[in-house]
Design a binder for this molecule. Structure first.
Ligand SMILES: [Zn+2]
Length: 92
């Protein structure tokens, strides 16, 4: 485990998208504008971060999820928690 400073409350991952589905990373904390770090998957610099603080492109995380069967992925990359649910009115 890496030691890393976190201020404020941790934000927890939500559900893991089904293979082929896109991650829902709307939270600004997925984007670290201060620093690019090598993506854990493709090794190119990225400002994107997973919930665990791993540097990873969103597309790389999505590819990883698509490439790994559900049993093999311990929710490494997950959607943001949905804070509140809208009533289902059919809006996108
Ligand atoms: Zn990448």
């Amino acid at each position: 485990m890496t030691s890393r400073k976190s201020k404020g409350q941790p934000y927890e991952p939500g559900t893991v998208p089904a293979p082929g589905m896109l991650l829902d990373w709307r939270d600004a904390r997925h984007f670290d504008a201060r620093q690019d770090r090598p993506c854990t998957l493709c090794l190119r610099p990225t400002p994107m971060r997973s919930h665990a603080g791993e540097a990873v492109h969103k597309v790389c995380a999505e590819s990883w999820l698509a490439a790994n069967p559900v049993e093999a992925r311990p929710s490494r990359f997950a959607n943001d928690l949905q804070a509140k649910r809208r009533s289902d009115t059919g809006h996108a």
